[in-house]
Design a binder for this molecule. Structure first.
Ligand SMILES: C[S@@+](CC[C@H](N)C(=O)[O-])C[C@H]1O[C@@H](n2cnc3c(N)ncnc32)[C@H](O)[C@@H]1O
Length: 300
């Protein structure tokens, strides 16, 4: 049986067939869902993402990859797109059986001979330019359709940096572009868990000083002796607020820096990062606050 799984469906609700290949862009090393050959799969299980365009994109790509008669199980928490799954699958021409368990909606579908509307959903959820001619972006990526106020505040506060540095959780490359405007920057490593973000960043940051790493910043890549790190760290893990994630990013930044190296960080004002900054760094300077964000400069 050739089967694929997208994301991490709760095992109690939907079991991915043994040997199912992972195709989520949030699992480093996973096969790209876009590369699945049409009509090649016999089964697929999708933990459907919360954004409408992103979810319809994933469902459409899975239906394209399934062979007629292949089975698709798609599920999502009711409040995070689950209540719309049935209609969305019906709009692709599928007959849907649905059940609710543990606050999730679970839909079972047999891939019809001729699904409808797949191309439009793939185009709407695929890589695109913001406003038609702006930065490359993709639905589902952090702040994919608008400037993030926190990142903009950091950009307006950053001095011209120099030497070797990293952008942890680099997203579409918005901070990286600002950092690389300084000719004194020799190297910048962009690190993100989201392949779609990195694919967009490669197009947004066409600069020989930039390198791109699809990995969890808490464990890789192996960088040391950096002069600077910039970041707008994530504080959600699988949809839940997780303060420990940002705190781990701060510890990781400190490991990557040389003595005297500097971390520039923007965070939502309510996030408790001061204690870990104080533990890890020799000197911490708070800078501007605005629109609910705060900026720190932390020197190792
Ligand atoms: C708040 S966004 C900042 C994006 C970008 N730096 C900007 O300012 O627009 C955080 C980024 O961290 C990424 N991310 C989340 N968890 C991660 C992890 N464990 N390792 C690496 N990147 C992660 C997300 O995909 C997202 O792109």
């Amino acid at each position: 049986m050739t089967a694929c799984v997208y994301g991490a469906p709760p095992a109690a609700l939907a079991k991915a067939p043994a040997g199912a290949r992972q195709v989520s862009p949030l699992v480093p090393g996973a096969e790209p869902i876009e590369a699945l050959a049409p009509a090649s799969l016999s089964a697929a299980v999708v933990a459907a993402p919360p954004g409408t365009l992103e979810r319809r994109y994933v469902l459409a790509l899975m239906l394209r990859a399934l062979r007629p008669g292949g089975g698709l199980t798609a599920l999502a928490p009711k409040e995070k797109g689950g209540s719309r799954l049935r209609k969305e699958l019906e709009a692709f021409g599928c007959k849907v059986e649905e059940e609710g368990r543990q606050h999730q909606r679970i839909c079972y579908v047999v891939r019809p001979d001729a699904p409808t509307g797949l191309e439009a959903a793939v185009a709407a959820g695929g890589p695109q330019r913001l406003g038609g001619d702006g930065l490359w972006t993709q639905p589902g990526v952090f702040s994919w359709d608008r400037d993030d106020a926190g990142s903009q505040l950091l950009i307006s506060t950053l001095p011209a940096l120099s030497g070797k540095g990293a952008d942890l959780g680099s997203g579409l490359g918005v901070l990286a572009r600002a950092v690389l405007a300084s000719p004194k920057v020799k190297q910048l490593d962009l690190i993100d868990l989201d392949r779609r973000a990195l694919d967009a960043a490669r197009r947004n940051v066409e600069d020989p000083r930039a390198a791109f790493h699809w990995t969890d910043a808490r464990s890789g890549p192996d960088l040391a002796d950096l002069d600077f790190v910039v970041m707008n760290p994530p504080f959600h893990d699988t949809g839940q607020e997780d303060k420990a994630l940002g705190q781990a990013f701060i510890r990781r930044a400190c490991q990557m820096l040389r003595k005297g190296g500097v971390l520039w960080l923007v965070a939502n004002r309510h996030l408790p990062y001061e204690a870990v900054l104080g533990e890890q760094f020799a000197r911490v300077t708070p800078h501007s606050e605005g629109k609910g964000f705060k900026i720190y400069e932390a020197r190792k």
